[in-house]
Ligand binder design. Structure first.
Ligand code: NAD
Ligand code: UDP
Length: 318
């Protein structure tokens, strides 16, 4: 298969590109490097089946070769990134999604949309299954991301209904692992980098809000299963083990052996109070379920952060 991966130099995208190449597929990565890094894919550029085009998916893209699948991962993804790129986030979710849907239709290719648990907003139903329609503030600071993804889902389903496009939607819950940027503002990368630097861990609110964290390898298996399927979904992909943010902070401190304190800061506007996926549908439809426990995934992630030259850990603590 030849697979177009938008956002392929980002955190999830680079792992997906690697997994596709490992199983013998060719990959065409499209990225504008707004939150992705060339270092994430530098090792892939040597592979004969891999190419990367620096471009913005809000501009139509024509492929010179065949396309069997399009996976649309391009989007600012952390609250910090979509906060600094609000208009680009909306444009990537709307125009970008339409451009890639058109590409898929032209080539009769499978189209997989990376949607998000954020379509559920601050959920009033717990845990969240795919039949829940969500509780999103349409004008709040998170709305540029939430509504862009909700629009992208609506557009994808319209293409499926009106153009017979082979569209599949996955709703990704908080995912972590190697290649997260230390400065992306997400909770796992922030806590690990703060702990390793012996700086205070910035807990927003009282830390009682919950998330359910999925290790990147599990997420990539889910994405591959969705590429290979012809089902529309939507499927929740995430690890249903739920933790409070405070529990996460304490776990990171114990894994890193850090003496950092917790610093409590104001909770950002519209921050969801709780989030946990029901994954029965993905299990039944894709045969998928996550395997990596949080403690194990965090150890791999901490090891990766320690291996990075820009991690300023005092030698004694390495
Ligand atoms: P990321 O920021 O590491 O990757 C996104 C990539 O998209 C980056 O390489 C960025 O440069 C690229 N990009 C952004 N806008 C673009 C544009 N207009 N044109 C071309 N490239 C563009 O984020 P990630 O965590 O890897 O997320 C990947 C996808 O998965 C996103 O769509 C995100 O919404 C979704 N998702 C991720 C999570 C998570 O926890 N990681 C959770 C839910 C959904
Ligand atoms: N969070 C925190 N400290 C940080 C970054 C985030 O306490 O330095 C909290 C944030 O308020 C949210 C949770 O951790 O409740 C997850 O935040 P993240 O940005 O990782 O993902 P999202 O809000 O998109 O789920």
């Amino acid at each position: 298969m030849r697979v177009v991966v938008s956002g392929g130099s980002g955190f999830l995208g680079s792992h997906l590109c690697e997994a596709l190449l490992d199983r013998g597929d060719s990959v065409c990565c499209l990225d504008n490097f707004s939150s992705g890094r060339s270092a994430n894919i530098a090792h892939l550029l040597r592979e004969p089946g891999f190419d990367c085009t620096a471009c913005d998916v809000t501009v139509p893209f024509r492929s010179s070769g065949d396309v069997d699948a399009v996976v649309h991962l391009a989007s600012p993804a952390s609250p910090f990134d979509y906060g600094r790129l609000p208009l680009q986030t909306l444009a990537t979710g709307s125009r970008g999604t339409e451009n890639l849907l058109r590409l898929a239709v032209r080539h009769n290719a499978r189209f997989v949309l990376a949607s998000t648990s954020e379509v559920y907003g601050d959920p009033q139903v717990h845990p969240q299954d795919e039949d829940y329609w969500g509780n999103v503030n349409p004008i709040g600071p998170r709305s540029v991301y939430d509504e862009a993804k909700r629009f992208a889902e609506a557009l994808s389903m319209a293409y499926r209904r009106s153009q017979s496009a082979d569209v599949g939607i996955v709703r990704i819950f908080n995912t972590y692992g190697p290649r997260m940027r230390a400065q992306d503002g997400r909770v796992v990368s922030s806590f690990i980098s703060q702990a390793l630097e012996e700086e205070p861990l910035t807990v927003f609110g009282d830390g009682s809000q919950t998330r359910s964290f999925c290790y990147v390898d599990d997420m990539v298996r889910g994405l591959l299963a969705m590429i290979d399927s012809d089902l529309p979904g939507p499927f929740n992909l995430g690890n249903p083990t739920e933790r409070t943010v405070r529990e996460l902070a304490e776990l990171v401190l114990s894994i890193t052996g850090s003496g950092s304190e917790l610093r409590f800061l104001p909770l950002p506007a519209d921050d969801p109070a709780r989030r946990r996926p029901v994954i029965t549908r993905a299990h039944q439809g894709l045969g998928w379920h996550p395997r990596v426990p949080l403690e194990e995934g965090l150890r791999h992630t901490v090891d990766w952060f320690l291996s990075q030259p820009d991690t300023h850990v005092r030698p004694r603590e390495r």
